[in-house]
Design a protein around this ligand. Structure first.
Ligand code: SAM
Length: 278
């Protein structure tokens, strides 16, 4: 499968994670690609603790936390090495962790083995970065955090469509995107330039350990709520767009049917689509 430029930084970070002896080493070497924390004494336990805090907070905020989740199936798109997956395996009866990188998924399995309920976990490689190899209407919830912004706009919309396809009617999608901002005029072209250097294996391996370069390389796509709602809104009801209170996003398409909500825990550049699948 030919890789596209925006996938190289993740594949490089995945290779670095495969070379590490333990999950603690992975967190110290490249853990910042997931939660931005750096330091020589970080541990996998501390890393997972950040997911243990965030998962219940997001589920509560979005009205998706319930005892009934113990009998429900969740698909997580962009699980990485399992920072949030551990908590999902405690909240949901079954979890399918999906990621572009198979090395991350192996680490995810190990992480959940130590800190979650591994008997509830299945992993799935998103080989082409676009399609989920799962049956239609096969899960109750689809969740994705800080992942769609790392895909091309077309892949992000396609993956959002896949999330809707695999969720049964009446189920829920919780999808996190990064919206457009003034700084994009610099960040997006700079990201494109830096990403092209990750294609060279030795340079790519080195770059993937450099936080400043990698942060630029991540700058792939910005998606406005209107883009998603115009493309996929027909398959959804009870559509909510959540942002940080100081980052109002004007939603114009189907505005009357879209409820805008805010929560302080959301990054100012991010927004969430919360909706029920029809
Ligand atoms: C910033 S990390 C977030 C991981 C996790 N959601 C968390 O919060 O810890 C983004 C993850 O998305 C994965 N990813 C990037 N593009 C993807 C794609 N097209 N399909 C599936 N996973 C992808 C990367 O490999 C990486 O593990």
């Amino acid at each position: 499968m030919a890789r596209r430029a925006h996938q190289f930084p993740w594949k490089s970070a995945g290779r670095v994670s495969e070379q590490m002896l333990s999950g603690d080493d992975v967190v110290r070497a490249t853990g910042w690609v997931f939660n931005n924390a750096t330091g020589d004494s970080l541990t996998l336990a501390e890393f997972v603790a950040t997911g243990d805090e965030e998962v219940p907070a997001y589920l509560e905020t979005f009205g998706a936390r319930s005892e009934a989740n113990q009998d429900r199936a969740l698909v997580e798109i962009g699980s990485g090495i399992g920072r949030m997956t551990c908590a999902f395996t405690r909240e949901f009866g079954s979890v399918i962790a999906c990621d572009l990188d198979a090395g991350f998924l192996e680490r995810c399995y190990e992480t959940v083995g130590r800190f979650g309920k591994v008997d509830r976990l299945r992993t799935l490689e998103v080989i082409d970065g676009r399609n989920l190899d799962l049956p239609t209407d096969s899960v109750d919830v689809a969740f994705s955090y800080i992942t769609l912004q790392h895909c091309s706009r077309d892949d992000a919309l396609h993956l959002a469509g896949e999330a809707i396809r695999v969720v049964r009617p009446g189920g829920t999608v919780m999808l996190n995107f990064r919206g457009p901002a003034g700084s994009d005029a610099f960040l997006v072209p700079a990201g494109r330039l830096v990403r092209s250097m990750y294609r060279m294996p030795t340079l790519g391996g080195w770059l993937s350990r450099q936080r400043s370069f990698t942060r630029l390389a991540w700058q792939v796509s910005r998606v406005h709520p209107d883009d998603v709602i115009t493309t996929l809104g027909e398959q959804l009801r009870d559509v909510q767009v959540w942002t940080n209170p100081v980052a109002h996003v004007a939603v114009s398409g189907r505005q009357a049917e879209v409820e805008q909500r805010s929560f302080e825990g959301i990054n100012r550049h991010h927004w969430w689509l919360i909706a029920t699948v029809t």
